[in-house]
Design a protein around this ligand. Structure first.
Ligand code: HEC
Length: 448
């Protein structure tokens, strides 16, 4: 969007906090990108793992090996969940530090939903523990047991929509004025395709995790399963990954098409295309692994699938960050200008405060009132005009009120009260000396 358009529309341009970053910006950005990627991998294992648990436990009603499989995955979900939460702190803190105004505004606009994350996630976490620890105790109440994880999955599917909505909304300050709560932010173009791509990624990552986790040499497949062997489990993992990659590709394309153009530049496009290619490469290897006719051939694909997925994840993290920078840079310029103007003003105000009046520009032609007029100009004129209301009432009005009451006027200036309902509070001037106050009062009371 053009910078003038940004200014002309009712885009809010808040002032930034005039505080230094705690770390160099590049370091914070690197931390944000890397810690976010680590966090989101575990989130995907948690969401994908619980979906698969649900799915496998239902299949387990017919075939007990699926029930065993479901239990094995359920045990990893709670661990991955803890990792996801702990690793989520770093990106949350760094995005708050780097994009304070944006992140805050998006969160404030969808406040209720944002807060709901805490009870929702708490409930979902407790449900996953309940589900895991009651596996044996509830063998005779399978349907009830399955509904516990079904509810957890349901919540796990809702929570990412809140996060996605907010990190999407923070990119579009020009929409903030029109947002009325969470739902109106959720339907911004791009949120749902991103969500679907995320679900695909949950399956991709969980699938490859299963290939590794259930395929480890030390993993007691023979003891756990009656009919499944290591190869069956790996094949299941590749099945899930292939399916997930397919979803990612389809919805990745929708994301690219629906992505508002303001954040796209050549580098972003380049990275996205490269990421897309990586997904296709991963899909190709994953498909080869899935359709391999021997365990050896299947195993040969593992590192290829793994590497292409890791590459994709890195590229994805980079392109997200670049898109964000590109989408926000014009608005950030506006904020920077506003912040700078504010800092200039407040600096001037600070300097005037300690001013002892020696560098006041005095016009000697005013004779007796010269000093007072100059002091008034310096300290009061930004809010008071002679005949008209500005921030405060006109000087004429003051003169009328304090006619013959020089002391009263001086007291007001030092410690002003709160008088007029439709005016803000006037700041006090305890730093002015008694002589200065006398001069100012002389001037004020001279106005007819
Ligand atoms: C930041 C803005 C601001 C500055 C600077 C400022 N004023 Fe005021 N002034 C106000 C406002 C606002 C009011 C009205 C407050 C109210 O009625 O509650 C006010 C009210 C007054 C009144 C009316 C008091 C009354 O009893 O009704 C006087 C007199 C006055 N200011 C004098 C001064 C003088 C002299 C200075 C400089 C030393 C000064 N002001 C600087 C904002 C300002």
């Amino acid at each position: 969007m053009d910078i003038n358009l940004l200014q002309a529309s009712n885009t809010p341009v808040p002032r930034d906090l005039p505080l230094d970053l705690p770390l160099p910006e590049w370091l914070l950005v690197t931390l944000l990108v890397l810690s976010f990627l680590l966090h989101i991998i575990f989130v995907k294992l948690m969401v994908g793992g619980s979906i698969l648990t649900l799915f496998a436990e239902i299949k387990g009603l017919r075939n007990n090996d699926y029930d065993v499989f479901a239990y094995e995955i359920a045990k990893t979900v709670t661990v991955n969940k803890s990792m996801a939460v702990v690793l989520g702190v770093a990106p949350l803190l760094s995005i708050n530090t780097l994009y304070t105004v944006y992140f805050y505004s998006a969160n404030a606009l969808t406040g209720l939903a944002w807060f709901m994350i805490i009870p929702l996630v708490t409930i979902a976490f407790l449900l996953t523990y309940l589900h895991k620890y009651t596996w044996k105790a509830m063998v005779n109440y399978k349907c009830l047991h399955i509904s516990i994880i079904a509810l957890a999955v349901f919540i796990f599917l809702i929570v990412p929509t809140i996060f996605l909505t907010n990190v999407n909304l923070m990119l579009f300050p020009e929409r903030w004025a029109y947002i009325k709560g969470f739902m109106s932010a959720l339907i911004l173009p791009n949120v749902l395709p991103r969500y679907m791509e995320f679900l695909g990624a949950c399956l991709t990552v969980t699938g490859i995790f299963i290939v590794w986790y259930n395929g480890r040499k030390s993993y007691p497949v023979g003891r756990l399963y009656q009919t499944f062997n290591r190869n069956t489990l790996k094949r299941m993992g590749y099945y899930v990954t292939t399916f997930g990659l397919g979803l990612q590709i389809i919805f990745g394309i929708v994301v690219m098409i629906s992505l508002p153009a303001k954040g796209i530049n050549f580098e972003v496009l380049e990275l996205m295309v490269f990421g897309g290619i990586m997904l296709f490469v991963a899909l190709w290897f994953s498909w080869k692994a899935l359709s391999a006719d021997s365990e050896q051939k299947r195993d040969n694909q593992f590192w290829k699938v793994m590497t292409s997925i890791l590459f994709f994840i890195l590229v994805y993290g980079g392109s997200r960050q670049l898109y964000r920078e590109q989408a926000l840079h014009k608005h950030r310029d506006l904020i920077a200008a506003k912040t700078e103007a504010f800092e200039r003003l407040s600096k001037a105000a600070r300097e005037h405060q300690v001013d002892d009046g020696t560098n006041v520009e005095v016009d000697p032609a005013l004779g007796d009132l010269a000093q007072g007029t100059a002091l008034f100009k310096q300290n009061c004129a930004s809010c008071h005009k002679e005949k008209q209301r500005l921030v405060g009432p006109p000087v004429q009005e003051m003169a009328k009120i304090y006619y013959g009451n020089e002391e009263g006027l001086k007291n007001w200036i030092k410690v002003p009260g709160k008088k007029r309902a439709d005016f803000p509070q006037m700041p006090g001037f305890p730093q002015l000396s008694d002589e200065e106050l006398t001069e100012i009062t002389k001037y004020v009371l001279s106005v007819k």
